[in-house]
Every structure is written in structure tokens, then in C-alpha cells.
Design a binder for this molecule. Structure first.
Ligand code: ADP
Ligand code: MG
Length: 325
């Protein structure tokens, strides 16, 4: 199978069609029509085998996750996903691997009617790059820089399950079969919060997706918005599997400083609180208020007695560690 047959049978043939793709796969570049009144939002992520996913990850999950992490970035901007390109660096042409990878990738692409419009395919160590594009009505994107003093800080879902999933995959933790399936699903099949973010767009002042741990990612909002925050640890929704298998500082380390949760962290100003609550009511239990934006810079984590707790203040940083996910 040559490069062109590979592209056609595993990728071009599987993409959902869209009217706004003027020219897709097959020419030197894609031509895409951004709807009038909308702005293009674009993001790219690279996944390297052994660094961003363990080598023993199923190819179907690698396909899914490659796209999911970029969709999570578009969600964090409040954008509607539309198109993506795929850069594949493959050690060999393994048709079984490609079929499974493509299945996982297009499961998610079809779910969001996202068209694959181009890419590049080369030989080398396994690396996958996805660039995803979407749009937002002019001026309505959710930025990191919009948080104001007095805003409430929320997160979606729970934290810490993906970190447990990774420890399990690395053989460092023993879980029951059901627990292992759930934790590894959070690691391998994160649910990008695209629909949730679109519903919340009108009442959110700042937003980020939690890819490097809550402390690091909320920290980005604080710096971009030039504010500080107080977070009540007792309000942080730690996933039950993380509660069951980690305690004390280790639990907080996994829930707050490891990556791969792909939940949203966002702020809601007091004037938008009612509007937010009516949206949140349609998704009971999904959102947790974890703290408040304050004027004094820095992130203060407080325990049930209002005492400030010291935890490692960094999330995952590729250039600070030899390796990791
Ligand atoms: P060029 O030599 O002009 O870069 P290529 O031969 O790399 O073109 O690619 C041919 C066509 O196939 C282009 O439209 C390109 O966008 C598309 N393509 C290449 N690799 C992929 C891929 N992995 N997924 C989707 N489209 C791809
Ligand atoms: Mg090329």
C-alpha cells in the first residue's frame, strides 16, 4: 500500500462531508469557508508515543484521543468545531493499526460532524499531530484573560481519574475490573466539553481546559486576567476512583497537578450567576463551584477550616521533567 492508497482508504474515505469544505483532501491545500460574522479559531496538538500516551495504548484509543485533546482546546475557547488536519509520522504501514486508529478518530469526528480536510504522512517514530479549526461569533470567544474579582470559579466533571488510569496502565496500582475500565476510559477517551462550553458561552468570563492539572491551568487564567483566587479544597470534585486509591497529599497531587482530565475550568461573574444556574440545571451535578476570584495575586488553596494548604504549585510541564504524560 503506498502513501496515497493509505490516505484514501483509512482517512479520505471516512471523513464526514461538510458544505463549507470547498476543497478537502487531495489538493495542495484545503479551502474552507468560514461563515459570515464568525471568526476562525485554530489549535494544534502533538502526541508522541511513550510521552503523551503509554506505548501499550490501543490504537483505537490513540486515534480518539489525538482528536479529543484538540477539541477540548476548541471547547475552552467556546468554539464550534468544523475541520481538522492530521499529521501522521508512522514507523511502518501496519494496516490493522491504521484501521483501528482511524476507527477511534472518526468515532469522535462523526459525533461532531468534523471534516478531515488534509494532513501529511511520513515515516519515523510514532507521532500524531492534529490541528483543529472551528469558529465563534465575532468577539465571543472565551479567553483566559476575562476573569474579574468576585467571579465564581467552576469546574466541570471530576478530577484525578485519568491520573489513576495512567498509574494503572503503568502497572503501579491494582484496581477492580470496573474501576480500571472507568479510570482508563477517562485517560484514553476524554470527553471534550464542546457542547457544554457552547451552552455556557454567554455567561462565562474566562475559560480554560484542564490538560495540565487544575493548579497549573487555573494559574494561567489568574495570570492572564491579572487576579488571584481562593479555592476551597473541600469543594473540588475529586473522582471517586481517586478518593478510593489515594489519600492525603497524594490524592491532591493526582487530582490537582496531573494532566489529562480535559474538564473545563471557568469563571462566572455575579451578574451572570442566574443565567449560569439555569443552564447548569439542565446538567445536574456536572458543575462544581470551587472558589472565588480575588484581587490579591496567587492561588490560595484552603482546607475546611479556612487554613491555607501548601501543595506543589506546578502542573505537568514537558520541559521540567524527563518524561511523562
Ligand atoms: P504535498 O506533497 O503537496 O504535501 P501530500 O502528498 O503530502 O501533498 O498529500 C496529498 C494530499 O493528501 C493533500 O491534500 C494532503 O492534505 C492529504 N493528506 C496527506 N496525509 C494525510 C493524512 N494523514 N490525513 C488526511 N489527509 C492527508
Ligand atoms: Mg505532504
Amino acid at each position: 500500500m503506498n502513501e496515497f492508497e493509505l490516505i484514501e482508504s483509512f482517512f479520505a474515505a471516512n471523513t464526514p462531508a461538510r458544505n463549507d469544505v470547498i476543497t478537502g483532501i487531495g489538493d495542495d491545500a484545503a479551502i474552507l469557508a468560514v461563515p459570515p460574522g464568525q471568526q476562525l479559531v485554530t489549535t494544534t496538538d502533538v502526541l508522541v508515543a511513550g510521552i503523551h500516551f503509554p506505548e501499550n495504548t490501543e490504537p483505537e484509543d490513540i486515534g480518539y484521543k489525538s482528536l479529543a485533546v484538540s477539541l477540548s482546546d476548541l471547547a475552552a475557547m467556546g468554539a464550534t468545531p468544523a475541520w481538522f488536519t492530521l499529521t501522521l509520522c508512522l514507523p511502518a504501514v501496519d494496516e490493522d493499526w491504521l484501521a483501528a486508529f482511524s476507527r477511534g478518530l472518526f468515532t469522535l469526528a462523526r459525533d461532531y460532524e468534523l471534516a478531515l480536510v488534509g494532513g501529511d504522512t511520513v515515516r519515523g517514530p510514532l507521532v500524531i499531530g492534529v490541528q483543529a479549526h472551528g469558529f465563534v461569533p465575532e468577539g465571543e470567544a472565551l479567553l483566559r484573560s476575562g476573569a474579574g474579582v468576585g467571579d465564581t470559579i467552576y469546574i466541570s466533571g471530576t478530577l484525578g481519574a485519568a491520573a489513576i488510569g495512567l498509574l494503572t496502565r503503568q502497572g503501579k496500582l491494582d484496581l477492580t475490573v470496573t474501576e480500571r475500565q472507568n479510570a482508563q476510559a477517562k485517560l484514553d477517551r476524554p470527553l471534550p466539553r464542546v457542547r457544554e462550553a457552547l451552552a455556557l458561552r454567554a455567561c462565562v468570563s474566562a475559560c480554560i481546559d484542564i490538560s495540565d492539572g487544575l493548579i497549573a491551568d487555573l494559574g494561567h487564567i489568574l495570570i492572564a486576567s491579572d487576579v488571584g483566587a481562593r479555592v476551597q479544597l473541600s469543594q473540588v470534585p475529586v473522582d471517586p476512583v481517586c478518593v478510593a486509591h489515594a489519600s492525603g497529599d497524594e490524592r491532591w497531587r493526582l487530582a490537582l497537578t496531573r494532566g489529562d482530565d480535559y474538564e473545563l475550568c471557568f469563571t462566572v461573574p455575579p451578574a451572570k450567576q442566574n443565567q449560569f444556574e439555569s443552564i447548569a440545571d439542565s446538567n445536574p451535578g456536572l458543575y462544581s463551584a470551587i472558589g472565588e476570584i480575588e484581587a490579591a495575586p496567587g492561588l490560595r488553596l484552603v482546607d475546611g477550616n479556612g487554613k491555607i494548604v501548601q501543595l506543589p504549585a506546578t502542573g505537568h510541564n514537558h520541559f521540567a521533567h524527563a518524561s511523562g504524560c
